[in-house]
Every structure is written in structure tokens, then in C-alpha cells.
Write a new protein. Structure first.
Length: 257
């Protein structure tokens, strides 16, 4: 056990080690993603300058609509064929390449497809931790994962303010959660679309960023649903308290429930 794991009364050794592993997964996720972004698209800031005036407003609307559509579509499709993380990453790469062929217009059109593929991958992670992928509660928790920031953002990482029973299951609650998550997701998608803004050249960037974004949200899903599983076994407060403590110790962004 590492020196910075100090147990609370409600946690045993195995739980503390599992939480530490989730902290490490969160810390490593953005590093992996940034390497991919740098490889396929150069610096994100340079790509953002390529977007035309008013494009960000279009992206904000597109991100919200993509999340709303994927909330329903991913659930229906997953009941027929779940697929694997590797399959979703590969399909995301193909989708991103096609979206980048025509520059920003085709990239915007491809956004709902990419979002649904990521949503399906996140649902697959939920299943690994004993969640029902078609239940309203699990789908809401999947939406919450999209609030995990992304490359180049100051608040990347799982946001435990979206955690557990604090999320209602009504239609109004779904729209409310999307309203909170969409701006963060739109920031990530702005970076993705910027890399696809140049026709033809954007195809390669789109493939790489889609693959990397899918990997990022899969990693954040492991953290989110891993914490939920531990909270069911040991209680929410001790699990989240230890998670937040280790985030500070290991210099990882903290957003408390």
C-alpha cells in the first residue's frame, strides 16, 4: 500500500486501494488524450482559431441536441448489440474521418453519431460495474460522465457533484442535467471540430480525436461507475471523502459532490 493511503473507519484495505486506482486512472486519462491530440492535430489552440465567427454557438446547440439524441438512441441500440470498447473506438475513428472530409459542415453533421458511439461505450463500462444499461438511472449517470471535461480544460475529471441519488429520474431532470453537462461537452467538441475544420486534412484529425475522446470518456466512466460501486458497498461519504483526499494529494482536479 502506498504511503498516502490513510484508511477511514468505513473503508478496508481493498476499498482504499481500489479508490487509489481510480484516482490514478483519472490522472492518466487526460495525459493519454493529449498525446493523441498533439499527434493528429497539433496544438488545440491553433485549431480553435480556424473556426468561423458564430461557430461556437452552433456547436453549443449541436452538443445539447447530440446528448439528447444519444440518451435515447444509445439505449435502444445497446439492447440489440453491445459491442466492445475497441469496437466503439474504431467506429468513432471511422466516423470522425468521414466527418472531417468536408470540413466544419460535415463535422457538425457527424457530431451526433460520435456522441452516440461514446455514450454506448460509457454504457458498456456501466455494465462492468453491475449497472443496468437501459435503466433511466444508469442513462442519467452516463450523461453525467459527459461532464468530465476534456483536453485543454481546467476542470477535467469526474465531477462528483453529479453523483448518485442527487440525480432525479424525471424528464425535467434529464433536461436539467443536459443543461449542466452540455457546456462542458461543447468545449470538448469545439476542440474536436476545430481539428476537422480543414476539408480532407480534417479527416485524419477527426479519426484521431474521435478515437482519443472515446478513450477519455471510457476512462472517466470507469472512475464514475467504479466510485458508484464502491459507494454501494461502503457508503457514499467515506468513498467520496477518500477519493477527494487522494485527488488533492496526487494533484488531480477536484470537484466535490
Amino acid at each position: 500500500m502506498t504511503q498516502d493511503i490513510i484508511l477511514t473507519n468505513a473503508l478496508d484495505d481493498d476499498a482504499a486501494i481500489a479508490i487509489a486506482a481510480l484516482v490514478l486512472r483519472q490522472r492518466r486519462a487526460n495525459g493519454i488524450l493529449m498525446k493523441a491530440i498533439n499527434f493528429v492535430g497539433g496544438q488545440v489552440e491553433d485549431g480553435l482559431k480556424m473556426l468561423p465567427v458564430g461557430a461556437r454557438a452552433q456547436i453549443d446547440v449541436a452538443a445539447r441536441r447530440a446528448l439528447e439524441a444519444s440518451y435515447d438512441a444509445a439505449s435502444r441500440s445497446r439492447t440489440k448489440y453491445a459491442g466492445s470498447d475497441a469496437m466503439h473506438k474504431a467506429l468513432g475513428a471511422v466516423s470522425g474521418a468521414l466527418g472531417g472530409l468536408g470540413g466544419l459542415p460535415t463535422a457538425l453533421a457527424e457530431l451526433p453519431i460520435a456522441t452516440t458511439l461514446i455514450f454506448r461505450a460509457v454504457q458498456g463500462v456501466a455494465v462492468e460495474y453491475g449497472e443496468d444499461p437501459t435503466s433511466a438511472e444508469t442513462r442519467m449517470e452516463c450523461l453525467a460522465v459527459f461532464g468530465s471535461g476534456g483536453p485543454g480544460t481546467a476542470d477535467d475529471g469526474v465531477d462528483t457533484s453529479f453523483f448518485g441519488a442527487r440525480i432525479g429520474l424525471t424528464g425535467a431532470a434529464v433536461h436539467g442535467l443536459i443543461g449542466k453537462v452540455a457546456p462542458r461537452f461543447a468545449t470538448v467538441m469545439t476542440q474536436k471540430l476545430a481539428s476537422q475544420a480543414v476539408p480532407i486534412l480534417g479527416a485524419a484529425a477527426g479519426a484521431g480525436t474521435n478515437y482519443a475522446f472515446t478513450d477519455y470518456y471510457v476512462q472517466m466512466a470507469h472512475v464514475h461507475f467504479g466510485l458508484r460501486k464502491l459507494a454501494r458497498e461502503h457508503g457514499e461519504s467515506p468513498v467520496l471523502d477518500e477519493f477527494h483526499r487522494l485527488l488533492v494529494v496526487r494533484d488531480v482536479p477536484v470537484k466535490r459532490a
